[in-house]
Write a protein that binds this ligand. Structure first.
Ligand SMILES: [Zn+2]
Length: 304
């Protein structure tokens, strides 16, 4: 039986919000079984809560933003990815501002903090959202295909008409891929976009310290990339974080091409639209669905 997990103690972190440029303080605390991941805006009266659920997604441009009753919280995905990668089911997360701090643009700082405090098992089995049949979505040149599998696998691919990116692919297999491989992959953006975002009053806190920035040809960060496929790894990291918003750990093999937060949200909603697509299974009565897919499939093999 696989048990639910929570943090062993409290974590306190601070960093700047990528859009506001303001310092934001973050507090993570242990929470009881079946609590899930719940954010709270501690800067507002009564500390209103925002459960980490796809139904609470109100914006997917630039980042994943949750909103409940007019209260919003942006850029939740890298922290959620760290919780997913470290298998934390239950936590309370206080944030004293409108966005989760960007830290270095990856999940690394969150992962290290979780590692430092430790994670402990709780006396309740972890429920899984198990896909029963294929679910697919296409949105112009982007697509997503989810198929039944014994664990979560994400095969991500990107194709950018840019000399420093081009075509990249990466296959994450839960329990086999060391999460550290993904955790340090930073978000990226283009100089042109950063300039226009700044004109709109956004990306005030964005800098080479918290993103990989590219001009028309090159990576501008003096230290370069952390790994040659950092771009696609970050895309898979984003997907891991967004999938945490399904509310349950997912067992599915998901292939994503040129995907982003909008497609991730749509895929979760499409899967959860009908119980013909999925079932909620407790690990103790879990039956194997099929053999694990391990051979990477290139996008052309998707047939859509
Ligand atoms: Zn991201």
């Amino acid at each position: 039986m696989i048990l639910q997990r929570t943090l062993k103690g409290e974590i306190k972190l601070e960093g700047i919000g990528v859009h506001s440029g303001r310092t934001v303080r973050l507090t993570l605390r242990p929470a009881p079984p079946f609590h899930g991941i719940v954010f709270a805006r501690t800067d507002l009266e009564g500390s209103p809560t925002l459960p980490a659920n796809y139904k609470n997604i109100v914006n997917t441009q630039m980042a994943t933003t949750l909103g409940v009753g007019g209260v919003t919280l942006s850029t939740v995905e890298h922290l959620l990815a760290a919780l997913q990668g470290m298998e934390v089911d239950n936590a309370w997360i206080g944030v004293d501002g409108p966005e989760v701090p960007i830290m270095d643009g990856s999940s690394l700082v969150f992962c290290k903090a979780i590692e430092r405090v430790g994670v402990e098992s709780q006396l309740q089995p972890r429920p899984y959202l198990v896909l029963k049949r294929k679910v697919e979505l296409k949105l112009s040149e982007k697509w997503a295909v989810a198929e039944p599998a014994q664990r979560l696998e994400i095969f991500g691919s990107i194709e950018w008409d840019h000399p420093s990116i081009g075509y990249q692919e990466y296959h994450y297999i839960e329990g086999r891929t060391p999460f550290q491989e993904l955790a340090s992959a930073r978000t990226f953006g283009f100089l042109k976009e950063v300039e226009s975002l700044r004109k709109l009053g956004l990306a005030r806190g964005g800098s080479l310290d918290n993103a990989v920035i590219l001009d028309h040809a090159l990576v501008l960060n003096p230290e370069g990339l952390r790994c040659p496929d950092e771009f696609v790894k970050h895309k898979v990291l984003d997907a891991l974080g967004d999938f945490k918003l399904a509310g349950h750990a997912i067992h599915a093999y998901v292939r994503l091409h040129r995907a982003g937060h909008d497609l991730h949200r749509m895929l979760i909603a499409e899967i959860l639209k009908s119980t013909d697509n999925y079932e909620i299974v407790h690990s103790m009565d879990r039956q194997p669905i099929r053999n694990l897919v391990t051979a990477p499939l290139r996008p052309v093999a998707a047939g859509i």
